[in-house]
Design a binder for this molecule. Sequence first.
Ligand code: UT7
Length: 309
Amino acid sequence: MTNADFEKIIDTSDEWITTRTGIKERRIARNGLQTSDMALEACRRALDMAVCPPEDIDVLIVGTVTPDYPLPSTACVIQEKLAFPNAVAFDIAAACAGFISGLSIARSMIESGTARKALVCGAEKLSTITDYSDRGTCVLFGDGAGAAVLEASDDEVGVVETYLRSDGSMREWLWIEAGGSNQPITPDFPFDGRDKILMNGSDIFKVAVREMTKACVKVLDDAGVSADDIALVVPHQANIRIIEGVAKRLQIGLDRFYLNIDRYGNTSAASVPLALDEANRNGRIRSGDYILMVAFGGGLIWGAALVKW
Ligand code: UT7
């Protein structure tokens, strides 16, 4: 869906969307295609790339706020479709920080010996929770999925450091008010937009720049790695101006940030793994590189992960 498509349905312009967000296009999944279908394809490709049979996976973690069903988890749907006989599968609702949260949990499980191989996926069909009459949000979001396989290793590579934080006091800045136990959707529900994403964008923007920067500094400090040593930053793709703000504060040139927001928009938990996979397949990542991932989203929740490739 292009900016020109939005010009036909709401009061907006390609110029506004491009300069305020950096987005030109986003992918919208067709009707009938579920979050698990996109996740399945991403998981399949990750397993192929890692030359890992599904039966080797001990844990499957899916970050999503758009599960196929309220119950069971999308991870359990994928477990059945791809046949992971030996895995425990569960979702995490950490919005745009879903992939980095999954990575952090998988790392802990591997380091503690609970799991040897983990499959971490971020998958979203945000078009199902987007209000296409709200110009403040609808131009931002897209659908997609990405995944990665992690395994125990004695080599000097892998997830070096992770950091996660949240602050629930700002949860109403980015939320879906209705549809849960607090406000169930009953036969007389007015469908006035409260069952879709509502966002206080400008306040989130400031907290996002500040906390994403702090999260990056924290993992770098904890790992004893300097910002100059980072080969590539793979940030959550919410707004090009947020990424520019983080780049400036970290004093890392924008040329060392992987950017694909122009083609996908904000895909929440899928954003970081989509960018990571593109960067890898495009030859932007070499063996031994330090890769810094960082994300921020509804909760509010945010985090960073430092990986040695
Ligand atoms: O995924 C992680 C969490 N989310 C984020 O990180 C999102 C963070 N926030 C943002 O990216 C930005 O705040 C937005 C892109 C959502 C909005 O950009 P902004 O520069 O903060 O704009 P604003 O909300 O302050 O609105 C400025 C003006 C308003 O008009 P007035 O009141 O100044 O006349 C809006 O009504 O822009 C107007 N506006 C639009 N105009 C054309 C808002 N959306 C649109 C639009 N087209 N699509």
